[in-house]
Design a protein around this ligand. Structure first.
Ligand code: IPD
Ligand code: CA
Ligand code: CA
Length: 256
């Protein structure tokens, strides 16, 4: 199955790359900062058509709405273009993210970093990879020596979960905090050891499913802001190398 997921992520990524920098139709979703382009939709159609054909009967949740609910133990969770705002503005940081669950547990995940042409992949119990290279989180043990990444949801103006205060606190405490604009890539860069940690509020299942497994299979930890186990529907996500996890939680606790 993993080879199929990789193959379709690459094909969808090729559609996204082909559309990058061209004229494409943009629509607004919930607000004027929440975009969807015709490229998001084309990528999604390719992926959902592939799944329906090759794995008929499997359930699919896809961000732009072309999923199907079946009575299956298999559940595909698809973000056809993660980083749409970057894509629409010509910033080459975006990805395709596909996770597969069996009986509510993620068994495989693939994130394709489109412009760097890197496939991140993981299967439950078999490690995480960038191409053929095995991934391992780094072991930095001090928050002060850590480079972190975060993102902001489209309702950031409402400051959900004190998102601005969290950003301020960790910006002062860590070596730096980046904001790349593709949650799936943020997870993969924690798995690769580039970032020690990533947090965000109000993400969606398609932002989380593949990336969470990739971090865990690279030896990292993904929980909520209190250290509790989470699922793909959780609204508070903290992913880290595991070592600095509690230090971040402590900083968040001070803001309560
Ligand atoms: C968004 C990106 C971004 C994150 C947003 C997501 P989209 O996904 O992952 O990094 O900050 O919360 O919604 O809309 O580009 O697929
Ligand atoms: Ca997304
Ligand atoms: Ca998306």
């Amino acid at each position: 199955m993993i080879n199929d997921i990789i193959e379709i992520a690459k094909q969808a990524g090729a559609v996204v790359r082909e559309g990058f920098g061209k004229n494409f139709k943009i629509d607004y979703k919930t607000s004027e900062n929440n975009l969807v382009t015709e490229v998001d939709k084309a990528s999604e159609k390719l992926i959902t058509d592939f799944i329906t054909k090759k794995y008929p009967g499997h359930s699919i949740l896809a961000e732009e709405g072309s999923g199907t609910k079946n009575n299956s133990e298999y559940f595909w969770v698809v973000d056809p273009l993660d980083g749409t705002t970057n894509f629409a503005h010509g910033l080459p940081i975006f990805s395709v993210s596909i996770g597969v669950q069996k009986n509510n547990a993620t068994i495989a995940g693939v994130v394709y970093d489109v412009m760097n042409d890197v496939i991140y992949s993981a299967e439950k119990g078999s490690g995480a990879f960038a191409g053929s290279q095995k991934l391992i989180v780094n072991r930095t043990s001090k928050l002060e020596h850590s480079l972190l990444v975060t993102g902001f949801p489209y309702n950031i103006a409402e400051n959900p979960e004190n998102a601005f205060q969290k950003f301020e606190t960790l910006t002062k405490k860590a070596r730096g905090v980046r904001r790349l604009g593709s949650a799936a890539i943020d997870f993969c860069f924690v798995a690769s050891g580039i970032f020690e940690g990533f947090w965000e509020v109000h993400l969606h299942p398609w932002d989380i499913c593949a990336g969470k497994l990739i971090v865990e299979e690279a030896g990292g930890l993904v929980t909520d802001f209190e250290g509790n186990e989470i699922n793909i529907y959780s609204k508070k996500i903290l992913a880290s190398n595991g070592v600095i996890h509690d230090q971040i939680i402590k900083e968040f606790e001070k803001l309560k």
